[in-house]
Design a protein around this ligand. Sequence first.
Ligand code: NDP
Length: 242
Amino acid sequence: MNTYALITGSSRGIGRAIAERLAKEGYTVLINYHSHPEAAEATKAAIEAAGGQAELLPFDVTDGAAIEAALSAWDAAHEGEHISVLVNNAGIRRDGLLVFMNEEDWHDVLRTTTEGFYYTTHHVLPGMLRARKGRIVNIASVSGVCGIPGQANYSAAKAALIGATKALSKEVAARKVTVNAVAPGFIATDMTADLDEAELKKTIPAGRFGTPEEVAALVSFLCSDEAAYITGQVINIAGGMG
Ligand code: NDP
């Protein structure tokens, strides 16, 4: 029987690294994406070339009806099975000082993180509760822990995700479902490609950006049986920032 892990936003970046890592550990990974099907196909091909198993599961994490349709179709095609691991990873950045920030940039960033968490978790959680086992890992950010100027929307979104992590962890702990948040600092992906890495590195005690694979290793541990007693936590992975 397969053990399924759904990673939202796993066509690229940190999500892709998490999908590759969990696939290596024997999960059948469900690769969610929205706007880059070719990147999702490439992730799937890389996983299969390494001997792993993957399925594509496209939906927009801000679209509740699309999530319900996609996950209900998945349930119907996988009778008797459920998703054991959920990584809420999809996220976007639209930086700017609040005084200049338009409504769209505020709402889009908030919705991608908070509605993505709500709709996906709301659908997947009952299966974990019935199985009396599950792992939910939410990809937050040091921005949501400390607040970063120019990121009021992003800091608010990630802080909300951290609050939801803590509340939900207490609701489901007795059913052996753990819920944790990971708070990365600067990680080298498309999301940070436009930043001045040389300048920012000076503000990071470790003196470098992290890699998606380093974040994936932490997520993988939180998903393991050995991490059964860790829940409701926010774990920074930020080279000493925050
Ligand atoms: P990337 O921009 O490299 O990748 C983002 C991923 O999210 C893509 O796979 C994209 O899929 C997906 N995505 C975006 N919007 C949606 C949507 N509406 N529905 C479904 N999927 C969506 O970002 P990173 O890998 O860098 O970031 C991943 C997570 O880590 C994010 O939550 C981010 O906030 C967080 N993070 C990143 C840090 C960094 O320094 N990189 C630091 C701290 C946190 P597609 O393009 O196919 O639609």
